[in-house]
Write a protein that binds this ligand. Structure first.
Ligand code: HAM
Length: 435
């Protein structure tokens, strides 16, 4: 007889690099995080908006800015030429604000009473080099407030962020709030002029990225982390020059009033004249939350877990009516790393296990228990086994109590209720359990 060779197992398909799965065991932490965000949003009158994961590429080119790293290097863009509609270039959203503004204009939300408060959570996509805290598919929770340009509106966004952190048990020693004023659109133009003029004689000492930025998006050179560039900015006192040029302007007055509100609410902040953010739509007040050095190892090199600011020109730039707006987004993977261990347990309900020699009895009791305590997890034994094996299974699946019915109990119409933590056991008549 010729020897039969075993058929080789087909190779398993792997997940895409930088797009990890979220498995049970971790997904509970995500649920706790999302639940806290929803509670905080509801507590301040923010209502959920869900926009598509894909938008026309031009939305981000016009909205986020084609000189930004996000648009010029990091977007997942493609076209399907089968029909005219999708022949247009499409992009997996790299951030949420542009899509929310698109929907705001498209559905006439601008006609609703102001302020309009919206929030969203969901996956975003950026083609970046994956590392701890940086992925190609990541999640954000964002809050956007439309229709009001005031220090209270600016402060409301910071307060929201603080409320999310408090709800998750992320204590203030773990983070720093950085704030800055990037001025209005005209000021940004002037800033760019000042930067180009100051750096022109030093162009060859700048890093490659900054040489490009200087032409396309001069303001972005300010947050370059390259040591040569950063040292040069300090020597030329560039950030300070820009702030001085804002003095006496309405944007500066509003900025100081916003900071006074934060102080009144005892929210500490650091003025950071280098903070310019990586998206072009910002005007005036911008901010970022970064992890403090004591917690920095948790996030690797990625220390910013929340960023936002005012964007008074975006709605009109995308074809809507003049509408001031301010918003923020949390990076949820990074926030998750800062949450204390076990904080998901306060949202968790306990698990019960139900097994009977009569499958119908087990299914019926499980239904009754689920109705009695919504949200409680009730697992049903799906195969006949001995009581001992069922108890093993119940323990392995994390149950804290087991409702068991062997042959005798089934004949008597009773259930054995076992507390799997203490080992205590009682017999209960079926009628009592079905109440
Ligand atoms: P952003 O600063 O580009 O702002 O992103 C917000 C947060 O998303 C970052 O602070 C970071 O925590 C997280 N994040 C960004 N890229 C990645 C990545 N590759 N992997 C993991 N996390 C990441 C915005 O997107 C603006 N739309 C925020 C905003 C809303 N401004 C006004 N309204």
């Amino acid at each position: 007889m010729p020897e039969l060779k075993p058929t080789p197992r087909p190779q398993a398909t792997k997940a895409v690099k930088g797009m990890p799965d979220i498995l049970p065991g971790v997904s509970e932490r995500w649920q706790a995080l999302e639940q806290a965000i929803r509670q905080v949003a509801a507590g301040s009158g923010y209502r959920e908006i869900r926009t598509a994961l894909m938008e026309r590429t031009e939305l981000f080119e016009r909205g986020v800015g084609d000189g930004t790293d996000i648009v010029s290097k990091e977007m997942f863009t493609f076209s399907k030429s089968a029909d005219a509609e999708s022949a247009k270039r499409l992009t997996l959203r790299p951030e949420g604000t542009a899509g929310v503004v698109r929907a705001f204009i498209e559905h006439g939300l601008s006609r609703q009473p102001k302020p309009l408060r919206l929030y969203y959570t969901g996956p975003m996509f950026r083609y970046e080099r994956p590392q701890a805290g940086r992925q190609r598919q990541f999640h954000q929770a964002g809050f956007e407030l439309f229709g009001v340009d005031s220090p209270s509106a600016d402060a409301e966004l910071v307060i929201l962020a603080k409320n999310v952190l408090d709800a998750l048990g992320v204590t203030p020693d773990l983070y720093t709030l950085h704030v800055n004023n990037v001025g209005d659109a005209a000021t940004r133009e002037r800033f760019s002029g000042i930067i180009r003029e100051a750096l022109a004689p030093h162009a060859e000492t700048l890093c490659e990225d900054c040489q490009l930025r200087l032409q396309k998006n001069a303001l972005r050179v300010l947050d370059c982390k390259h040591p040569n560039c950063a040292a040069l900015h300090t020597r030329l006192a560039l950030p300070e020059q820009l702030q001085t040029s804002l003095n006496g302007k309405p944007a500066a007055e509003q900025y100081e009033a916003t900071l006074a509100l934060l102080s009144a609410l005892k929210i500490p902040f650091e003025r950071n004249p280098r903070l310019v953010r990586g998206l072009d739509y910002y005007t005036r007040f911008v901010f970022e939350f970064t992890v403090s050095p004591s917690a920095a190892t948790k996030l690797g090199a990625q220390s910013t877990f929340c960023g936002g600011g005012r964007y008074n020109n975006l709605v009109s730039a995308l074809g809507g009516p003049e509408t001031p707006a301010v918003g923020l987004a949390f990076g949820l993977e990074r926030l998750l790393l800062l949450m204390p261990d076990g904080c998901e347990s306060k949202f968790a309900q306990d698990t019960a296990f139900v097994a009977s020699v009569q499958p119908e009895n087990a299914l019926k009791l499980a239904q009754a228990l689920r109705k009695q305590t919504p949200g409680r997890s009730v697992l049903v034994a799906l195969e006949p086994k001995t009581i001992g094996k069922w108890l093993d299974q119940a323990n392995k699946q994390g149950a804290v109590s087991a409702y068991l019915q062997g042959q005798d109990e089934a004949e008597q119409g009773d259930w054995l209720l076992k507390n799997l933590t203490t080992g205590q056991q009682t017999t209960l008549p079926q009628t009592e359990l079905f109440n």
